[in-house]
Design a protein around this ligand. Structure first.
Ligand SMILES: [Zn+2]
Length: 224
């Protein structure tokens, strides 16, 4: 993403619309953010219908949250985006969703286990679940702190009684990861109906990563 804002504004609107088209967001729930090359942060505006949103509606703020460009208020989860971008220099894009199955796990405050090998793309080596950040009221610094602490070096985290976050190096990849979180939560829920999945452990997820390195085409079809 080499850009001072224009192309990223367009991409944020595209990804926000896809969030809803793909069933990951209902109404105006969820939000999308990206880091610009100059360090500023672009985010979706607060409570705006994704169908009505245009690239000019995207809000740009300084890394500390000071308004920079835009005619709207930023997403209510601006603190969350800023905290993740500050803590994770590798992250260029964040997709926050309230997707149904992932949010069900978040409501039960249950981690999403490794029911499928794609979980290897979403967690650090040594981990075998998508973890759940402790509950805090939406839009607060406490929620942002909890999310960053639980996310650690992972690419995905659930927010208790709230939703999920996917992070990545690009908006398209963050959207793909948000879909993977929902896919894993759906599989885990379905497996429960059949008595529960046989889970993969962290060692197997390491082998999956090695295989993906050996077969780049396989990885290229995955959100990385
Ligand atoms: Zn939310």
């Amino acid at each position: 993403m080499t850009d001072s804002g224009g192309a990223i504004r367009v991409e944020i609107v595209r990804v926000a619309r896809l969030l809803r088209e793909r069933g990951l967001a209902i109404g105006t729930s969820g939000n999308v953010g990206a880091r610009l090359d100059d360090g500023r942060i672009a985010v979706t505006p607060s409570t705006m219908d994704y169908d009505e949103m245009t690239p000019d509606d995207v809000v740009i703020v300084e890394p500390d949250g000071t308004p920079s460009e835009g005619r709207h208020s930023p997403s209510s989860e601006l603190q969350l985006h800023l905290a993740v971008f500050t803590a994770r220099p590798d992250v260029r894009a964040i997709v926050h969703s309230h997707s149904p199955f992932a949010t069900t796990f978040a409501a039960v405050r249950r981690e999403i286990p490794a029911v499928h090998y794609v979980l290897a793309l979403l967690v650090e080596p040594g981990r075998d679940t998508i973890r759940v950040a402790p509950y805090a009221t939406f839009g607060t610094e406490e929620l942002a702190r909890n999310a960053v602490a639980t996310l650690g070096g992972d690419q995905a985290v659930l927010l208790a009684n709230h939703g999920a976050i996917a992070v990545a190096g690009s908006l398209a990849s963050a959207l793909g990861r948000a879909e993977r979180i929902e896919e894993l939560a759906t599989l885990a829920w379905r497996a429960e109906q059949l008595g529960g999945a046989t889970l993969l452990d962290a060692d197997e997820l390491d082998r999956v990563r090695d295989q993906m390195d050996r077969f780049p085409r396989q990885r290229s079809t995955m959100p990385t």
